[in-house]
Design a protein around this ligand. Sequence first.
Ligand SMILES: [Zn+2]
Length: 119
Amino acid sequence: MADFFESLIAMLLSIPYVFYLWFAGWVLVGVVLVCWGYAKQKKDSHVTSGRCGGCGYITQGLSRFDCPECGADLREVGIVKQGQPNHILIAMGLKAIALALLFLMLVILLQTIRAGGVL
Ligand SMILES: [Zn+2]
């Protein structure tokens, strides 16, 4: 059992440190993106109604379909719901983390096979 851990540690140490930097970088990018996606939600959470898809004017209480701020037809530009997490950012962040983890596992697997010890 001690041999297993010794060879495991030796194998991990034999992976170039540049890869770990690369891995940490991608995880960091992913975490920042996810946090950013949720931070946007926090910032705008006081606005429960939608906003004009053209200029961001709060459409709450409007009786007409044209935006008083930019004059756009809300049926054309759409009403953007605020106060929701930015799913695109969160998805991008999770993908970055998943990709980094996948790559780490692949490198460890390849390194294990190359070392010929653990497996
Ligand atoms: Zn507008």
